[in-house]
Design a binder for this molecule. Structure first.
Ligand code: SF4
Ligand code: SF4
Length: 599
């Protein structure tokens, strides 16, 4: 009943109510989950909801200001939670678990011979004041929307590893270390990943068992931290030599955690600390081939990110207990950045400097959807890089499914009916999450026709008005294929051949496509000769526009982005369906006029 006690419940959409009703009927156990989802949907701040969703903060002890600093308790702690901070011992509450694994009392209390042993940490009263003294790196997302970030293949592959984790085919290498290897550019280059201690850059990789155990603890949100690091690194001239410093408060803001009133400060700090460390555990081997003037190179056991320091910020209360009030992280990009994020090297064409635009909304969507829609988050992160390559990229359903759920699950689904049904449900629901985010899938009408498209696509045309909706359903009932009909028996096999034409991009992402189109155009235009530039004529026919565009190796979408028109406008003028105004002719001549085909 608590669902309907707040004002926001009046804003429930008919589809949400429908969902609630259906789940309630078919799955009694689903009622609670559905109630929680709907409560969140309508912004319910119920304490009950927050208790169910968020685990209670871990117990912790604290060393008081009365401690003699003898250090006897340090080696006794099974969690290595007793740390030295500027010469003073303190207990890291993000590590201390109150010795839960031991039947005995907390080890630090047992060993302490004074009258003031560590005491249980009580919740801090009052506000958490900002006590960071370090100079932090400049804030990201200053325009409130997006920020440049390093987007080279090394960053993309690492993002995939962090997002897809155990779904990837990890295998032990010749030394027994768990390794994931990816070939790039038709096998001309390789990137290998292993896992190692984040706080010791020279530490050897974990063995198979430890690495497997580590991977089970990871979740997709760590990929967001990796992207944030890539955004900070791009602000540096020589990122492989310079470090950046970020605080928990900056990260909270980027990720939308500052609005999470249901999480305590300690829970947020524990979460941020854990997520920051995950990308820093990745160790890479890169073997790269010569590309133009950029020479081949090889890196071995090189860190993706060096975690140089985690600095705690503490405040003592009136009882002498020390509270953790903040964290700052000092991080430096690995040696990969010397080859893929080298501004000076790119000027002399001896290195790459590859960047793109990171929408802040993506980070926040991953942080709000990761529990229910892990597959959607994986697709979102993968598409961030994939769409940079232009909308003409082939996007098949099996490819997206493998990204979202892993090769093994797709294989299992092709063999088992129940698994197939589950996977299809997840896939269609995850696609809907992308659609809500703004990444609208455009289905290929030939290979992905409406009878195998998700139901939510077909219901998009359902009118809100009750009378119009009734008419909609009456008309649907008289159709040969009704919306409520069961999916065709061969739906799975047909989906394995189906593809998307493209994904329509939300606002923050369009800039990215435009930049890519502009870059492509500039490259093509550099090839023009002076002679060709002098051959301009006053007007272009549809055929000439097509020929000139193709000569510059531009897609219709690239040209549309460049001149600020829609793709359908370009299609229409090329086919002759639309007459080009003199103003637009000028624009087209400016862009295409220098090519021989445009004469
Ligand atoms: S209570 Fe246990 S885990 Fe916590 S600091 Fe003391 S010895 Fe370490
Ligand atoms: S808590 Fe007790 S054992 Fe630990 S350093 Fe302080 S006085 Fe020594």
């Amino acid at each position: 009943m608590f669902l309907f006690t707040n004002k926001a419940s009046t804003k429930l959409s008919s589809s949400s109510l429908c969902l609630f009703f259906l789940v309630s009927l078919s799955k009694p156990k689903g009622v609670l989950a559905c109630s929680i989802a709907l409560s969140l949907h309508v912004g319910c701040k119920s304490r009950l909801v927050s208790l169910i969703i968020n685990p209670i903060d871990p117990m912790a002890h604290t060393i008081t200001t009365l401690c003699t600093q003898c250090g006897d308790c340090v080696p006794q702690c099974p969690k290595d939670a007793i740390k030295n901070n500027d010469g003073e011992l303190w207990i890291d509450p993000t590590l201390c678990d109150d010795c839960q694994d031991n039947d005995n009392a907390p080890q630090c209390v047992t060993i302490c011979s004074t009258n003031h042993p560590p005491t249980p940490l009580k919740a801090k009263k009052g506000r958490y004041k900002a006590t960071q003294k370090e100079i932090l790196s400049p804030n990201l997302f200053m325009n409130g929307k997006s920020n440049a970030f390093a987007s080279s293949i090394a960053v993309w592959e690492a993002c995939n590893v962090l997002a897809q984790r155990q779904s990837l085919p990890w295998k032990p290498d010749s030394q027994g270390k768990l390794c994931y290897e990816r070939q790039v550019n038709g096998g001309r280059g390789t990137i290998k990943f292993r896992l190692a201690d984040p706080l010791d850059s020279n530490a050897p990789a974990f063995d198979s068992e430890a690495a497997h155990a580590e991977l089970t603890k990871w979740d997709v949100r760590a990929a967001c931290l990796h992207l944030i690091f890539a955004a900070h690194a791009i602000a540096l001239e020589r990122p492989w030599e310079e470090e950046f410093t970020i605080s928990d408060r900056q990260l909270e803001t980027y990720l939308g955690l500052e609005k999470r009133k249901d999480l305590s400060k300690l829970a947020k700090l524990t979460l941020i600390k854990e997520l920051v460390q995950q990308p820093c555990k990745l160790q890479m081997d890169i073997s790269w081939f010569q590309q133009g003037r950029v020479p081949s190179f090889a890196l071995e056991q090189s860190r993706l990110w060096h975690l140089l320091e985690i600095r705690p910020h503490l405040q003592a209360d009136e009882t002498g207990s020390k509270h953790l009030t903040g964290l700052t992280f000092k991080i430096r990009a690995g040696a990969w950045s010397k080859y893929f994020l080298n501004r000076q090297g790119a000027r002399t064409s001896t290195a790459f400097y590859q960047y793109s635009s990171l929408p802040q909304s993506l980070l926040r969507t991953v942080f709000s959807s990761w529990q229910q829609h892990d597959g959607a988050c994986r697709m979102l992160l993968w598409l961030l890089f994939k769409t940079k390559m232009g909308n003409e990229q082939r996007l098949t359903v099996p490819t997206l499914m493998r990204i979202a759920y892993g090769e093994n699950r797709v294989l299992q689904a092709s063999l088992q009916r129940e698994e197939r049904k589950r996977l299809l449900r997840s896939f269609e629901s995850d696609l809907e999450v992308l659609q809500h985010y703004g990444l609208k899938p455009v289905f290929d009408p030939v290979t992905y026709p409406s009878d195998i498209q998700p139901l939510w696509v077909k219901l998009a045309d359902l009118p809100d008005d009750a009378e119009a909706a009734l008419e909609f359903w009456i008309n649907d009932g008289s159709n040969q294929n009704r919306l409520t009909d069961a999916a065709p028996r061969n739906k799975w096999n047909r989906l394995m051949q189906a593809r998307f034409l493209c994904f329509e991009l939300p606002t923050g992402w369009e800039a990215q496509a435009t930049q890519s189109a502009k870059k492509k155009l500039r490259k093509a235009q550099r090839k023009e000769t002076t002679q060709q530039q002098s051959d301009r004529v006053a007007a272009l026919s549809g055929q000439q526009i097509t020929a000139a565009r193709k000569n510059l190796q531009l897609s219709q979408r690239d040209l549309a982005n460049y001149i600020g028109k829609s793709q359908s406008w370009v299609r229409d003028i090329e086919s002759g369906r639309l007459q080009v105004s003199s103003k637009d002719q000028q624009l087209l001549l400016k862009v295409l006029g220098g090519t021989p085909s445009a004469r």
